[in-house]
Design a protein around this ligand. Sequence first.
Ligand SMILES: [Zn+2]
Length: 509
Amino acid sequence: MCIMTILRYTSQFLAIISKICEHVFRFYTQMLRLFNTLGRKKVPFVPLSKESVSFYTCGPTVYNYAHIGNFRAYLSADTLRRWLTYGAGLTVDWVLNITDVDDKTIRDSREKYPNMDPKQALKKFTEYYENIFFEDLKSLGISRDDFFSNPRATEFIPQMQDLIRKIGERGFIKIIDGSLFFDVLQWSQVDSYGKLLHLDLSSLKSGTRSLADEIEKDDMADFALWKAEKEGEPSWDFDYNGTNYRGRPGWHLECSAMEQDIFGLPFDIHSGGVDLIFPHHEDEIAQSSCGYACEPTRYWMHNEHLLVDGKKMSKSLGNFYTLRDLIEKNHSPDSIRLFLVMNHYRSKLNLTEEGIDSANNVLQKFHNFIRNIRSGEGGEGCLRSHVLELIKAAKSDFTMAMDDDLNTPVAIAAFHGLISKLQSFSPFSQEERESIENFFKLGSDVFGVSFLPVSSKVPPEVTALAEQREQARKSQDWAQSDRIRNDLLTLGYEVRDTSSGYEVFPSQK
Ligand SMILES: [Zn+2]
């Protein structure tokens, strides 16, 4: 064998080894790691199936407009969904439930429709707020099509009753005055209760029960699985051990029943706000572990609170904002979304109007950068390898940040860093432009707002004004040119000079 052949085989062998090493390195360094509330540390995320990820998020109780803090939970979940989809290339079966029966929906539907049948009143009332909720989500970049399912509690009554019977068969139910309670203290002899919080059950008052859906910590012990019928409230028949316990489900029950029915247990990821850890998620673990003999999920993801002007949102403090309140204050849904997702989901976040404005500035900066590189068309034609290397390095920084428990502040810094590094390289070749735009497109997909300027239809009168300004500019009538620019701004449009003429586009605020 000649020396050239040996060298060729050796180099091929080394190339294969290097490829394997690269894959192994990537597996260990760039695998998504999520903070799991269950073990309170970041762990590699390995889905149960190679085909799809099963992902459940506790949804809204539809009795009013959701406040902006509620949306932080759904947007944090959507960021994870998007990263699994666009970063890891996985299919995500995302379920978000709708609570359409509880203390508040019943109270308010009766008040709104006092003469209607209670069940019909509840349906009419909750459908109205459910539609508003999905309209708001749509404004924030989440459409109904993004979900695998949006189950309503009232459509899962038989599944919930079935779970209660299973819990009863194991002997963990107490019946008091026609209501059925989960016996937490007895269950804690079998399995630990309070796994997410590391609760010490010795501090609980034995025998305490609560019929309220939102239980105060001091009152925590047994929780209602099924509540006895009350005069004038919607109710369902429930045959339990030969007796009809007509009534309606307790709030915690629906999530356990839906997860089992839709995914089967265990499923991959469960998310919600930190305020749901206790008692809601602790109760969910207890119910599922007892009734289905399986813990519901493998990864618990919880987002921190949204504060407003440094304080917890409350109607009495006057710092309670819905999405529509913020839009009325002239903030775009895109800048609201970016503000909520570019701060890390596990950090407390203080909502201020300045904060939303700064998110809007980030978007404008990205759009202007892309407009600038587009306007340099026809410039230098040669492809520079070091420019491509800079883009590749930025993408790698972005990926590593997202893989590190969705570290969105660091991920977005990769775009800022690239913009400053590329300033001196303009104009760009066609391939360089495409490579930059592809990276910004990935950012748009993952953050759920467009990092690329969106071209939109400009009305003819605006185009005519922009053309007049162009003529004024060509005749060096700068005063007239500035006047028209201001007129365009008043109409909500900006004009920018480019190497091939000018460009007119909607102003971003
Ligand atoms: Zn839930």
